[in-house]
Design a protein. Structure first.
Length: 605
């Protein structure tokens, strides 16, 4: 959530800042602003509530010359989304301009102390205290001032600042909120995420907690928490800017849904020896996971739903006790984690604050840690004992699609790997079906016209229910979340057997019920539940395997996935649910890639 872009170099800063902010729109925001240090020594600020397009319109044809600047997209936490609360922020005399992601937890006491010393605040934000604290360090070098200010701050932050007293310097600091430096030739960049600067450089330095940085046009220097200089080798980003663009599609989300066959290929590439009946995951060999007493999967949102699939498969295939827990609850429950356990932290961005905190809590209690993440160099990637990358490529839409299925397939491969390490037979047929998944996904995605028509029929429903058992229930949870996220329709998922325990009272004529029925062992029970809601007038849409011809007798409509091993069914059965959510949102005229009140990377609690 929120986004930061900064530039220093020979080019005009404003176009670079605006373009970078547009590339961060997927993170979620409600206002945007820029500050450019002009050649006359004045800092020119423009900020507006609303979209970056509103900011562009406000700036219009105004000349805003300057070769150093910072920009920001804000997702409101302290104070309403309006022009005054938008970033950048100043102190009293306009000497410093700053932008900030995160939350300053002790801002109330800082604000009270600053007010008592004569400072006048213009906004309701926690961020503004940083500008006033910098002002109190007036006369010191900008980098030293920021280093001194950060000692007063509690919470999470990524900060970028400029000063009219040092027109050739841009400084930054990070604590529990992502920030990267882009290394160019005669120019330097800073951003909260790589896509913002990828058009200009593929070489990035990822700041770590406690770091401060000083950027000039010619160099970027990083200093650790104690002020010592740190030499960091830049990470070269392999994917290019076009991977983060729409490629002719109306929305990033539909592009990313349709990329899933390729994601399946990339996720499995080099990890399968079908003839030998082996899954090859050298990244985790050092953890010796097969000997673990217990596994703990911690995650939030969509990643949590992937973790539920992972738990079922690890227990079912490898026979290792596994718990899946919500990251935001884990550390507050006095969790039963002991020496010898392994904690698996799952996060698309690798920056999910609650998941990072859970990983740290697990380590504190003696667990070894594994990160399953899509972003190399992220906090989880750096902090975990081992990393299993998901290889989905950049995911821009706020509502996750391909990152979720890559997490499912990665956890499936992990379950198979652990099974073979424990001396259990891994079926070659199952490994071959992993190889065949991309082709089956292509077939399923070709049905999107049929699913679009269904979405048009349910787009005005008041309530929609998703039911399933076992792995199907885990997928139902993800399906209803997708629908809520982007269509704003009320949806609820429940284990099908729980219908009688309250929810059946809400079933009335015409209410849509999406019933997942891909698991043979649970098929008859699920069909019974479909029958009982249909008897009360529900419009039942079943999702089942191609060979199950009997489903037509128990549902009003049937969406079929190609026949697949039941362990792999979640990777396919979620695809029509993603398409259903997407087309329902389109039918309702919603902003699909930037759903209201949501952010791509939840970097605060």
């Amino acid at each position: 959530m929120c986004g930061i872009v900064g530039y220093i170099g020979p080019q005009e800063a404003l176009p670079i800042l605006l373009e970078g902010l547009e590339r961060l729109e997927y993170r979620g925001y409600d206002s945007a602003g820029v500050a450019v240090l002009g050649g006359d020594g004045d800092i020119l600020v423009s900020k507006r509530a609303g979209r970056i397009a509103d900011l562009r319109e406000h700036i219009g044809a105004s000349e805003v010359p300057g070769r150093i600047g910072i920009g920001h997209t804000r997702w409101a936490t302290h104070g309403r989304p309006n022009d005054e609360n938008a970033h950048p922020h100043f102190g009293c005399d306009g000497r410093y301009a700053i932008v900030h992601n995160g939350i300053i937890e002790n801002y109330t006491e800082l604000r009270q102390a600053l007010t008592a010393r004569g400072h006048v605040f213009r906004s309701e934000t926690d961020t503004e205290v940083v500008a006033h604290l910098l002002e109190e360090e007036k006369g010191r070098p900008l980098l030293e001032s920021l280093q001194r200010v950060t000692r007063h701050l509690r919470g999470s932050y990524a900060i970028a600042a400029i000063s009219r007293d040092e027109p050739g310097t841009l400084v930054a600091a990070r604590e529990q909120s992502p920030l990267v430096i882009g290394v160019g030739r005669g120019e330097q960049f800073i951003a909260s995420d790589i896509p913002a600067i990828l058009r200009h450089t593929r070489d990035v330095v990822i700041l770590e907690d406690g770091d401060c940085a000083q950027l000039t046009a010619d160099a970027a220097q990083v200093f650790t928490r104690d002020g010592s200089p740190s030499t960091r080798q830049p990470l070269h980003v392999a994917w290019d800017v076009h991977a983060a663009e729409k490629g002719g599609y109306e929305h990033f989300m539909i592009k990313e849904i349709l990329e899933q066959p390729q994601v399946f290929r990339e996720t499995a590439r080099g990890r399968l020896d079908v003839e030998g009946g082996r899954v090859i995951l050298p990244e985790i060999d050092e953890l010796d996971m097969a000997s673990a007493r217990k596994l703990h999967i911690v995650a939030c949102g969509t990643s949590y739903h992937a973790g539920l699939v992972g738990k079922a498969l690890i227990e079912g295939i490898a026979r290792i006790e596994t718990r899946t827990e919500i990251g935001s609850e884990f550390r507050y429950q006095d969790p039963l984690v002991e020496e010898g356990d392994i904690l698996i932290a799952v996060s698309q961005s690798g920056e999910t604050a609650d998941t990072i905190a859970a990983l740290r809590e697990g380590r504190r209690r003696g667990a070894r840690t594994l990160a399953v993440t899509n972003v190399r160099g992220s906090s989880l990637d750096r902090e975990a004992d081992a990393v299993l990358p998901t290889l989905a490529g950049p995911e821009i839409a706020v509502a996750s699609s391909k990152a979720y299925t890559s997490q499912i397939l990665t956890l499936t491969l992990l379950a198979l790997h652990l099974a073979q390490k424990r001396g259990r037979t891994v079926r070659r047929e199952l490994l071959q079906q992993v190889v065949d998944l991309p082709a089956k996904a292509d077939v399923l995605l070709s049905l999107r016209g049929e699913i679009e028509a269904l979405a048009g029929r349910i787009a005005q429903a008041k309530d929609i229910f998703y039911i399933g058992r076992g792995l199907d229930y885990a997928v139902a949870l993800e399906g209803q979340l997708k629908l809520k996220e982007i269509s704003y329709l009320h949806a609820e998922a429940l284990a099908a057997g729980e219908l009688k325990h309250g929810t059946l009272a809400l079933i009335e004529p015409g209410v849509p019920v999406i019933a997942l029925c891909t698991q043979t062992r649970l098929r008859e029970k699920t069909i019974s539940n479909m029958t009982e809601v249909r008897a009360r007038g529900a419009h039942v849409v079943a999702i089942g395997q191609a060979h199950d011809e009997e489903l037509e007798r128990h549902a009003d409509e049937v969406l079929r996935i190609p026949d697949v091993a039941e362990e792999l069914a979640p990777a396919l059965s979620v695809l029509p649910l993603q398409l259903l959510a997407y087309y329902a949102a389109v039918a309702r005229g919603n902003d699909v890639d930037k759903p209201r009140n949501l952010a791509k990377s939840v970097t605060v609690e």
